[in-house]
Ligand binder design. Structure first.
Ligand SMILES: [Zn+2]
Length: 371
């Protein structure tokens, strides 16, 4: 008899689930996606590249692999790629089917869950009303239904009404529904409070609710705290999840509804804002202590960041990620004969570190080679 893997809700009831990280931004940096279009043609054009990124998240501790289906509708493909995809004979259904196959193939290498990733419709389509939008969501869901995924995950919905419409169609598929919105503490794009968004997503049928993308961990966790309070006051016991940006965005004003795409440095000069692994260790601990049980990342969260989540929560999870050395990454530094490496084998060192930018005014570490 086939060994049945535990589902999302069972895993959440037993402990913490580690999500995966950035896909579209990372694929663009690696040369397999187009900035501006942000569509996942690579599932068909470069399947090895998609497979490899899934595998890196899996090796670094992800319990979930999300299908690389971001923004993949015929409407989006036609709108953003100026007809190129028509010439290539690529359709949203074809890309999405390939995306599910790739995620499933790699997930079985490590017993991971596959999440069918559902994206919002365009502003123009949203204006056409509930029925039009729900038909569009059902179209996205057909592939997930036909091929089978472990659960569905809605992401990037900045309007809670559209989120409700999507969730109503997602529950029809018959697998658990997780749903995240990109929310600053001020609420959704129309100003609906974060607490109300959480309650409405849960009441529409989502078993897991939270925030993803467009804000850094610090701002995202402020929103999560508001969600938690809202759910408690409504008497709901819905699981919380968080998948923030892998970049620092605590700039003044960013907590209003302004995405990180509004930063002058987006998308080609974001590197100086990248989270360090130490930032991610702190984030994972803080999220866990807040009661979040599904912790992953969105744009900018590279495989080593996912490793930092899995290593930080190794005790709670009862295991290190497959890529981690015995005892974890800090401890492995002790294998080095170089003193300035071996002095860094403890959290206290990293906890007190103030990382610098690497620019010309940067200072050398106090541990020099002859130390
Ligand atoms: Zn993102």
């Amino acid at each position: 008899m086939a060994c049945l893997k535990k589902g999302l809700l069972e895993r959440l009831s037993e402990g913490v689930v580690v999500g995966d990280g950035s896909f579209i931004l990372t694929m663009e940096k690696r040369g397999y996606a187009t900035a501006g279009a942000w569509t996942p043609e690579a599932c068909i054009l470069h399947p090895d590249a998609v497979r490899q990124l899934h595998r890196e998240f899996l090796r670094n501790g992800a319990d979930v692999l999300q299908t690389f289906t971001f923004f993949c509708s015929d409407e989006q493909l036609a709108h953003v790629s100026d007809g190129i995809n028509n010439k290539r004979n690529l359709t949203a259904d074809g890309i999405n089917a390939a995306a599910v196959d790739l995620a499933k193939e790699v997930a079985q290498e490590g017993g991971a869950l596959v999440a069918g990733s559902v994206s919002p419709v365009s502003q123009v389509s949203f204006g056409k009303g509930k029925k039009y939008c729900q038909d569009a969501f059902r179209q996205q869901l057909t592939i997930f239904k036909d091929k089978g995924v472990d659960f569905l995950l809605g992401e990037f919905f900045n309007n809670v009404t559209e989120a409700e419409w999507a969730i109503e169609t997602m529950v029809e598929v018959g697998v658990p529904v997780a749903f995240t919105m990109p929310l600053p503490p001020s609420g959704d794009i129309l100003g609906v409070s974060v607490a109300e968004c959480a309650v409405r997503m849960a009441k529409a049928g989502a078993s897991v609710v939270g925030v993803n993308c467009i804000y850094d961990p610090a701002i995202s966790l402020k929103s999560i705290a508001l969600m938690k309070k809202g759910l408690e006051e409504a008497g709901l016991e819905t699981y919380l999840m968080v998948q923030p940006l892998g970049y620092h965005t605590q700039d003044p004003g960013i907590e209003k509804y302004r995405t990180y795409a509004a930063l002058p440095s987006w998308p080609f000069a974001m590197e100086p804002r990248a989270l360090t692994r130490i930032d991610v260790h702190r984030f994972a601990r803080e999220a866990y202590e807040l009661g979040v049980r599904y912790i992953g990342g969105c744009c900018g969260f590279e495989p080593h960041h996912i490793k930092a989540i899995a290593e930080e929560l190794a005790e709670e999870r009862g295991r290190l990620p497959p890529s981690a050395p015995v005892g974890g990454s800090w401890k492995s530094l002790g294998l080095s004969h170089i003193k300035y490496c071996s002095k860094k084998t403890n959290w206290e060192y990293w906890e007190n570190l103030k990382p610098t930018t690497g620019r010309e005014l940067d200072a050398f570490t106090e541990f020099m080679p002859d130390d």
